[in-house]
Structure formats: C-alpha cells, structure tokens
Design a protein around this ligand. Sequence first.
Ligand code: GLP
Length: 255
Amino acid sequence: MEVIVKETYEQVSCLAAQMVADQVRRKPRSVLGLATGSTPIGTYAELIRMHKEEDLDFSQVVTFNLDEYVGMAPVQEQSYRYFMNDKLFNHINIRKENTYVPDGLAGDIPAACEAFEEAILEHGGIDIQILGIGGNGHIGFNEPGSSLSSRTRVKTLNAATRADNSRFFATPDEVPRYAVTMGIGTIMDADHIILLANKESKAAVIAAAVEGPLTAMCPASVLQLHPSVVVITDKAAAGLLRGEYPTAPHTLVVK
Ligand code: GLP
C-alpha cells in the first residue's frame, strides 16, 4: 500500500485525476472502475477540465461503477447512474454504452449481477479502480462483515450507512434498504486501486483501513493485501495515522 498525504482536497483530487489520465493516455481503451459519493467529485471535475483543456480523450474508455441502490431509476437524482452522468459522463466524450452502472431495477438481480461480472471480464478486467470509503470502512456497499472474496450481489445497507447517506434524501426513511455492489473479490481483481479520503470525519476509518488489523469488520483493510493500492488523503483524513507518509508518489521521485 502506498499512502500519500496531501495538504488539501484539491491536491488529492488533482493527483488522482493525473493518475487516471496517465492510464488513459497510455492505454486509450482503459477500463476504469468508478465510485460515487462526495469524495471523488473533485477528481471527476479535474478529469473534465483535462478533457476540455488538454484533449484527454475518453472515446474508447469503458467504465464500471461500484454500486447502485435497488429500486432506484436512473432518472432519480439520488441514483448513482444519475450522479455519474451529472458529475462526469455528460461532460466528457465517453460513449454512454461504454459506461456500466449496476442496474437497481433489474427484474432478476442475481442474473444482472452475473452479467455485470461477465462484462468486466469481457472488457479485460479493470485497470484502475477508484474508491471512496464509508465511515464504517465499507468500500462500494460492502458493509462490515462482508465476505472478503464476495462478487457483485445485493447487500443490505446498515443503519450507519443509511444515516450517512440520508443527507441526499428528503427524509431518512427514503434511503433505500438494499444496494447492488461489486464484491470485495471483484474490487481486489482490479490491476490498480486508488482509495481517496478527505476530511477529519474519515481519520479513524483511514487509520483502521491502512494500519489496523485486516478484518471483515473494516472491509477496506483487505486492500492491505492488494499488490498495487495508492491511498491518497488530505491532512485531515490522515490525522490518526501513526506511520510517516510522503506527499508525492514514489513513481515521481524514483528515476
Ligand atoms: C457511499 C458509496 C461508497 C462511498 C461512500 C462514502 O456509501 N457506496 O462507494 O465511498 O458512500 O461517501 P463520501 O465520499 O460521500 O464520504
């Protein structure tokens, strides 16, 4: 695990976007794994800027999103499909048919989950997976206690997650109870993973994920076993880390 601590959220976002852009320039048909939540919004904004000002080309890129609420239609503002269109896809030259978000409305959800996994394989697997982290250590919607080898499936959201996400809904009761999420095994199959975190409210969970014991009760801790993970945090989210970490990736300093 490579941990990089930046001063600000803007710097976190710029570094993550730079890594994604390098990948896309190196391999125009890259397969990106994408996340929702407030954390990656700055990264997406920077990618949009790079597309508009620096010709970053997404015409051959394929994306797979981590998760979607069950029962939520793409036109609903709280759906993750809506979020991705609004925060990224509508502003870059990606082909919509190349953007996969789990289908929360599928009649046969287990079959849709299997098809989602197959589509990832058909596209050659995920090159870079972007992740945020839930306050309880979840990645995607893999709540504490999730099997560390799980594949895409339905998960019941726990009370803390529903409370966290109630800020996007008119009333807490409207937060869906179930979501379709890539499994932890699916996430671990990505070639490279970038975990993003900012704000003091993430300091405890970042310390648990990066330095704590590997446990299913903090699903993000399994990333310690992945051969290529970069954790990028701002100073506030790094506040409870005990190790000393650099402010720039090794790759930029090693000649
Ligand atoms: C949701 C998503 C996660 C995300 C988490 C954190 O629960 N399913 O993928 O990482 O929220 O959200 P935020 O970035 O807003 O803190």
